[in-house]
Design a protein around this ligand. Structure first.
Ligand SMILES: Cc1cc2nc3c(=O)[nH]c(=O)nc-3n(C[C@H](O)[C@H](O)[C@H](O)COP(=O)(O)OP(=O)(O)OC[C@H]3O[C@@H](n4cnc5c(N)ncnc54)[C@H](O)[C@@H]3O)c2cc1C
Length: 476
């Protein structure tokens, strides 16, 4: 019996996605394919991809394009792209400056540089994906992201990170423009110990991903099935069926597959019990707020991030995640604002069917304050919802073949890409591509960071639950 309440929360079974999620603004109107499924579930498939977010899409796209005849089935518990990808903050931004010092300390300069390059390349590829599949609909905006550090120590650490980054990864020299607090105030009307500018983007991820699925569905109709409203409740390995040994149980019947790909992110631990704790669900809250006609629309040129030290108070169970993220829609001027300051058991949850009352209120209070509108005003709340992210103890994604300790099953045909730690738009597309290439026996070691891989020491040491607790709560 775990003695630490955090251990219980971190290691619990995330279960299946809740069938009645809060409605995310991005998902309205829903895509015509949102509830698509075959009249009856197909019996066999070469590859079963579980999850229809950006990661599942990327695995699918890569396998369809690189293999001439594999038959693919995408299984989605709810509607198409109804997970984190369809409920996020819409930000295309790197976290290299904030993370670099830590990455060097943990993995050394070379690997830290590889991680940073991976994220920048992923962000570039996201724009390419949008141009290819949903140029208009995805509403990609090239913006400058203003990162604001609310306290001195965080700003100083960030500044050291940028200096080190420029030294070690020369092609990123000049990507960040560090701002002193006076400049932040004078030019951007923002209060903080300091900040920085960074080229970034904003987009409408739901539209991009659903439209890309629809294009693939049309192009590869002969060898692609998309089965939404089809949760995979359990997986069994049947060694007596060497061609299709995996049996995926769903309420619509069983699907027999040669290989299984887990793109279930925060829910990965449900079908991969050995991952519980190492990868855990983290619930985020988003709002859309309208500041009215007197608040300028900077959505075409700016987005924002507000950083402060993570707070975990054991007595009150308060958990504040250290970051608020903000973008503005260039067409409507509506603000898309998210960040956590709530009870720890509300964050460590895989249930996006509710938004805690206090989570919305604090976002309504914080937004006008951050943008310099002092006073008790709250802006009009247009929408509020929650979404489930996948986090890992070492803060990095997990990409590769799932071993028997994770699956607790026989067989070597299960793969996973999960735990994007809130930075999916900077990681998922290339993580999915790398995973698909690993499945095709291609060598991805030149560009997939080794630190993202599944190797013995990572899972047993770096992602051991006591370490995860420490990383989460700072003191356990
Ligand atoms: C509130 C919030 C704000 C965020 N903001 C940003 C941001 O601004 N920028 C950024 O880079 N990242 C952001 N992220 C993170 C980013 O959205 C995720 O990292 C990314 O979308 C993960 O994509 P995915 O495809 O791996 O997972 P998901 O999009 O979550 O897809 C997983 C899918 O698997 C399905 N599924 C799960 N279990 C099963 C099962 N057993 N059977 C069938 N289907 C199953 C789910 O229903 C879901 O559709 C945010 C996330 C949230 C929640």
């Amino acid at each position: 019996m775990p003695s630490n309440p955090l251990q219980t929360l971190l290691t619990q079974d995330p279960g299946l996605p809740n069938p009645n999620p809060t409605s995310a603004y991005w998902q309205s109107p829903s895509h015509p394919l949102s509830n698509t499924q075959s009249p009856t579930l197909v019996l066999t498939t070469d590859i079963a991809i579980i999850g229809s977010g950006i990661t599942g899409l990327s695995v699918l796209l890569t396998l369809l394009e690189r293999h001439p005849d594999l038959k693919m089935t995408v299984l989605e518990a709810r509607s198409l792209c109804s997970g984190a990808t369809g409920r996020n903050g819409g930000q295309l931004a790197a976290n290299a400056g904030e993370e670099y010092v830590h990455l060097v300390e943990e993995y050394g300069r070379e690997e830290a540089g590889k991680i940073v390059r991976f994220t920048f390349e992923n962000l570039r590829r996201m724009r390419e994906l949008a141009r290819r599949f949903a140029r208009e609909e995805s509403e990609v905006q090239e913006v400058v992201k203003v990162r604001v550090f609310l306290e001195e120590a965080g700003f100083e650490r960030f500044r050291r990170g940028v200096d080190a980054l420029e030294r070690d990864v020369p092609e990123l020299k000049g990507v960040y423009t560090v701002l002193e607090s006076e400049v932040l105030k004078r030019d951007y009307h923002l209060d903080g110990a300091g900040g920085a500018l960074l080229p970034a983007g904003t987009l409408w991820p739901y539209r991009l991903v659903t439209k890309a699925f629809a294009s693939l569905w049309e192009e590869y109709a002969q060898r692609l099935n998309i089965e939404t409203q089809t949760p995979v409740t359990s997986i069994a390995f049947d060694g007596t069926n060497p061609s299709h040994p995996y049996i995926l149980h769903t309420p619509r019947g069983c699907l027999h597959a040669k290989k299984v790909v887990h793109c279930t992110n925060g829910h990965a631990g449900h079908l991969l019990p050995g991952l519980r704790g190492a990868v855990y669900p983290f619930k985020g809250t988003m709002t859309v707020q309208d500041g009215g006609s007197t608040v300028p629309n900077r959505g075409g040129d700016l987005s924002w991030g507000f950083h402060y030290p993570v707070i975990y108070d054991k007595q009150s169970s308060r958990y504040a995640g250290g970051l608020y993220y903000l973008m503005q829609n260039a067409k409507t001027g509506h603000f898309f604002f998210g960040g956590e300051d709530t009870r720890v058991d509300h964050c460590l949850s895989a249930d996006d069917s509710r938004v805690e009352e206090g989570s919305i209120t604090q976002l309504q209070q914080k937004l006008p304050q951050f943008l310099g509108h002092d006073g008790p005003e709250q802006w009009r709340l247009i929408s509020g919802w929650s979404g489930i992210m996948g986090f890992s103890g070492d803060g990095l994604p997990l990409v590769g073949r799932a071993n028997a300790a994770m699956t607790t099953r026989h067989g070597e045909g299960e793969y996973v890409a999960a735990a994007f730690n809130g930075y999916g738009m900077a990681n998922c597309l290339l993580a999915g591509e790398a995973l698909a290439k690993i499945m095709l026996d291609e060598d991805v070691s030149a560009w997939l960071p080794n630190a993202y891989g599944i190797h013995e020491t990572r899972v047993t040491e770096l992602l051991a639950v006591d370490r995860v607790i420490k990383s989460f709560a700072l003191d356990g």
